[in-house]
Design a protein. Structure first.
Length: 276
């Protein structure tokens, strides 16, 4: 699944060429992804100018003044910019949605159809939308501090790794970046979050930020389906310390990387470098 860095890389890739341009066409090739496509999407969008694109967690928010187009890439989605406008390259099997801006097409590809394209009218408070209202704080925002995470985890018996992936607490830290951040901070992923002291959170929070920022700078991680808006791949996977490196030597101590299951997800860690 695209995580925060991949979604942010996508936002930065599509906003500059599209902001300030008007929609000239809308093409929907399937009745629904995770949710049905809005029936009046073309009427709402054609002729409207894109003011800008924001990100909330793993959601992209395209502001058209009269409302906001909410996009989610699901488990395997990606957005591509294609030249040619209405004469752009023919859609492939999993290309479900086009937003045409004159000579440029923004195309959504979603092989598993877990993504979303929704319309939020301007008179609605998007912060209260069901998909956004319960989201936690942004890990790259000013609110995300060691003290905040320490206070938020008091009394919590949940292991720190799945807790970091809880979008009701913090948004966008998926499996890859939770595993990598905990390794960088030297914390065993099985440690109960409530047992971790402030000094260790003072190490973990900067490592979460640094890991996410490094991933964004590297264009994200291209595993399976994720590609950039220009069709290229990210390369942060070349910097992994632990993720999908089971049995390989730790880059720090040389001991083999281990794997365990937490909440039906694989967790990768070094039993020597990461301590409870």
């Amino acid at each position: 699944m695209p995580e925060l860095p991949e979604v942010e890389v996508t936002r930065r890739g599509i906003e500059p060429p599209l902001a300030g341009h008007a929609v000239t066409g809308v093409v929907v090739r399937t009745p629904r992804l995770r949710y049905p496509f809005p029936a009046d999407l073309a009427r709402q969008l054609v002729g409207r100018t894109l003011a800008g694109i924001a990100r909330r967690g793993k959601y992209l928010l395209l502001d058209f003044g009269n409302g906001t187009l909410l996009l989610h890439l699901g488990m395997s989605g990606s957005l591509r910019l294609l030249p040619g406008g209405a004469k752009a390259a023919p859609a492939q099997k999993h290309d479900h949605f086009d937003l045409v801006f004159g000579a440029t097409v923004l195309r959504l590809r979603d092989p598993r159809r877990f993504g979303a394209v929704l319309w939020l009218p301007a008179d609605d408070d998007i912060r209260r939308h069901a998909l956004l209202a319960q989201l936690g704080i942004e890990p790259l925002g000013e609110e995300f501090t060691p003290r905040w995470l320490f206070d938020a985890t008091r009394g919590r018996k949940t292991a720190i790794k799945p807790l970091l992936m809880d979008s009701h607490l913090v948004v966008g830290i998926g499996n890859i970046y939770a595993s990598e951040s905990l390794f960088r901070a030297g914390i065993d992923p099985r440690t109960a979050a409530g047992r971790i002291g402030l000094r260790r959170y003072e190490r973990l929070v900067p490592e979460i930020r640094a890991t996410l920022e490094a991933a964004i700078a590297a264009g994200g991680s291209s595993l399976r389906d994720f590609i950039h808006s220009d069709g290229s791949s990210g390369y942060f996977q070349q910097q992994y310390f632990v993720y999908v490196r089971t049995g390989e030597p730790c880059r720090i101590c040389g001991k083999p990387i281990r794997t365990l299951r937490q909440g039906q997800r694989a967790t990768f860690y070094c039993g020597h470098c990461q301590r409870p």
